[in-house]
Write a protein of this length. Structure first.
Length: 142
């Protein structure tokens, strides 16, 4: 069911996107082998969206940004870097090379070595973000 919902979201995105951009150049700052199942401590979050987005993508981005802010609390428990994948592709490329962004926005959870340890994308809820933060918290699991 989740797969069908994801597929429907991707197809909807393809229909509403009017501006197609070229993919960012490959960046070797991180690699797909750096992604692992073992919990690593998150040092920062990188939020990648689109500066020039259609209305549906813009609304999804605003909703996901609000969910991220709610999950992090006030003041934010972690630093957040916000990048626009379409206009800051060089900076965003370090993260999208490690884990491609199929449906913006993307939330990249990064460790102290600047390695992507987890990633969420598309329409993301506060609960999903909180689950990733809990999985990668500094407190060891019991």
């Amino acid at each position: 069911m989740r797969l069908l919902a994801s597929l429907a979201l991707v197809l909807a995105m393809a229909a509403c996107e009017r501006n197609k951009t070229t993919p960012p150049p490959p960046v070797t700052a991180t690699s797909t082998s750096a992604l692992s199942k073992s919990p690593a401590t998150i040092a920062k979050i990188v939020f990648i969206d689109k500066e020039h987005a259609c209305d549906c993508t813009r609304q999804r981005t605003e909703d996901t940004w609000a969910a991220l802010q709610a999950a992090l609390g006030t003041p934010a428990s972690l630093p957040v870097e916000r990048l626009h994948g379409d206009t800051q592709s060089a900076q965003a490329g370090a993260y999208t090379a490690a884990k491609p962004l199929m449906v913006p926005p993307g939330i990249y959870f990064v460790d102290a070595s600047n390695v992507v340890v987890d990633m969420l994308q598309g329409e993301i809820t506060t609960e999903q973000i909180a689950a990733v933060l809990k999985e990668h918290s500094k407190t060891p699991a019991r």
